[in-house]
Ligand binder design. Structure first.
Ligand code: ADE
Length: 253
């Protein structure tokens, strides 16, 4: 998967060379390139923002700089009005006022060949930027990573990228670890709690059933715990559950 990121702080993404993300790049599974938006400016101050039309605090990112940058990275050489070039990347803007980014989005995007992220700063970017590229036929997404406001899109892009890339085939050493996780599969539940050895630590014992060697009982215990924890912590996930994802024993829980 090819990933381009545009930011006024491209150095921020040097961390992508570490850990599993770094390994995936070394294996050729991922190719991540961070670009500096200021490289597409023409003025001596390399300015990327201006005051908001209609008044208000802060600054808004200018559409002209973004369009020069995005036209180039999207492979748009024709004048406006022509369709998006075939194989154009999915264009993603983090935005605290957008729909929430979920595991479902991460799963869908993990199958893409090319993603292009645009990191906003200040009070955000001119709203015409995503509108324009959508109108040109580009698959444009805007996502929030949670109900809080960050200083810019860089952290949000890191979060989304990690959630997306770890789902790519070949990324994880043990792909089974993804299948059993929270938010995964038809009946998205919080995951059951995990324990390791010793069986008793500081006087606290792991649940007996986990030591029983009876896989059926262990699975049932974990499933009941997942259902109970989800009902307590995230009732919204229970409400959204597809009934077909529940078995007979679940209905008694
Ligand atoms: N930019 C600032 N805050 C954000 C958030 N919560 N999600 C996505 N992008 C953001």
């Amino acid at each position: 998967m090819k990933i381009d990121i545009v930011s006024v702080f491209p150095e921020y993404f040097e961390v992508m060379n570490l850990s599993l993300m770094g390994k995936a790049q070394a294996k050729g599974l991922l190719e991540i390139k961070a670009h500096n938006l200021r490289d597409w400016t023409h003025d001596v101050h390399h300015s990327v923002d201006d005051t908001p039309v209609g008044g208000g605090a802060g600054m808004v990112m200018k559409p002209e700089v973004w369009s020069e940058c995005l036209d180039e990275l999207l492979g748009f050489s024709q004048p406006s009005g022509s369709p998006a070039p075939s194989g154009a990347p999915v264009l993603i803007f983090p935005n605290p006022s957008a729909p929430l980014f979920t595991q479902r989005d991460a799963t869908e995007l993990s199958h893409a060949d090319h993603l292009l992220f645009g990191c906003g700063r200040y009070e955000g970017y001119d709203a015409r930027i995503p509108d324009y590229y959508r109108a040109q036929g580009v698959d444009v997404r805007e996502y929030s990573i949670g109900d809080y406001v960050l200083n810019g899109g860089e952290v949000a892009v890191s979060v989304m990228l990690e959630a997306i890339t770890r789902l790519m085939p070949g990324f994880m050493g043990n792909p089974d670890s993804i299948v059993e996780e929270s938010y995964t599969g038809e009946g998205a539940l919080l995951e059951h709690r995990q324990y390791t050895k010793p069986a008793v630590w500081r006087g606290i014992a792991v649940p007996d059933v986990l030591l029983s060697g009876d896989h059926g009982k262990v699975d049932r215990f974990r499933r009941d715990e997942a259902l109970a924890r989800t009902a307590e912590i995230r009732p919204d996930l229970i409400a959204a559950l597809d009934c077909k994802a529940l078995d007979k024993a679940d209905r008694k829980t």
